[in-house]
Design a protein around this ligand. Sequence first.
Ligand SMILES: Cc1cc2nc3c(=O)[nH]c(=O)nc-3n(C[C@H](O)[C@H](O)[C@H](O)COP(=O)(O)O)c2cc1C
Length: 393
Amino acid sequence: MTATSGTVPEVGGTRPGRLPLRLGEREFPVPVVLAPMAGVTNAPFRTLCREQGPGLVYVSEMVMAAALVHGNDRTRRMVGFTPDEDFRSLQIYGSDPDFVGRAVRELCRGGLVDHIDMNFGCPATKVTRKGGGAAVPVKRNLLRAIIRAAVTEAAPHGIPVTAKFRIGLDDDIVTFLDTGTIAEEEGVAAVALHARTARQHYAGEARWEAIAELKNRVRTIPVLGNGDVWEAADAVRMMEETGCDGVVVGRGCLGKPWLFRDLVAAFTGATVPGPPALGEVAAMMMRHAGLLCRHMGDEAGIRNFRKHAGWYLTGYPVGTEARRRFSLVASLGELASLCDALDPGVRLPDAARRLPRGHTNGPITVVLPENYLENRDDMTVPEDGAIRIPSGG
Ligand SMILES: Cc1cc2nc3c(=O)[nH]c(=O)nc-3n(C[C@H](O)[C@H](O)[C@H](O)COP(=O)(O)O)c2cc1C
């Protein structure tokens, strides 16, 4: 089944037997969320994914709260949604409750978003060394103050706030159950767990058993599972095995916006189509690159597209030289020639269907502010003005 843009799927058939995913006033019959991915989930990418799977939640790139308050062109573009995005989801991060509150107030008063997701899982050194991202849950009181600031500003506008976090800093500092409880107590609409520690980064398998544990602890709001959904069947299995209320899908859709079509099929009891032949992949590449060039200008657009080219071609037997050329592509015209040279009938070998895309590295050393762990109950706000947007969660 190919879902078309604007048609929200009917749910029935084989989906796990829970209620639709509810975020504030909105219900999502297919409980699937596109994970925020810095440098990836911009408006063009969300458009392609939405066309494949209408009616799901598609979260934008992460934006720093302080940058929203101070405002600059790059940040404003990141908050840009297309007119047909009827559920505008934005992820923000910050370690200062005041900045977070002000950012949420501006977003809500300006009518710029329909949903705000808060990042408490980013393991990037640039962020954690200032006490942001994955470092925040270590300080329970500060975490609570940040969440409270966001929910207080968003609630009068009916905007749901969700929180996304990891298992903890490492196996010694495990925070996810406390974080889930605090989020629930502070009025968050749903929580999402990337079932790895920050130290694990992206290595190894996600520990789905932690998702089940969180689901047992957090009883009154939806719990979403995240980590290692590579194919639609993984999402159904995650819900069955952990009891979670929905799934958040990251790397599995890199170079594969069709995953959302497959997910809709899997949750509505339709037949899940197989991976597309190379001709369809090439047409999607052209469309994606074209949208990026329109969104950010020709030069930046095609440069941004290069990493996507590698993901689109993952597993297809196209040869090393073709791969190299795609990775250096410099214009839409050149991309068209490279695509024309591909054999449109080539199919993805079965063995390649679950090849990982995006980050797979780890473990890493998680860098914290000096003496950060000495008093985990203090409310000292790390100086987050200097944090710059990195890639990661
Ligand atoms: C390129 C890239 C960028 C990411 N950026 C963010 C981000 O900005 N915010 C966030 O919460 N997570 C971010 N993540 C993490 C994903 O949202 C997700 O939690 C993680 O990839 C695990 O899910 P997966 O196994 O489905 O990929 C990023 C991941 C990747 C690969």
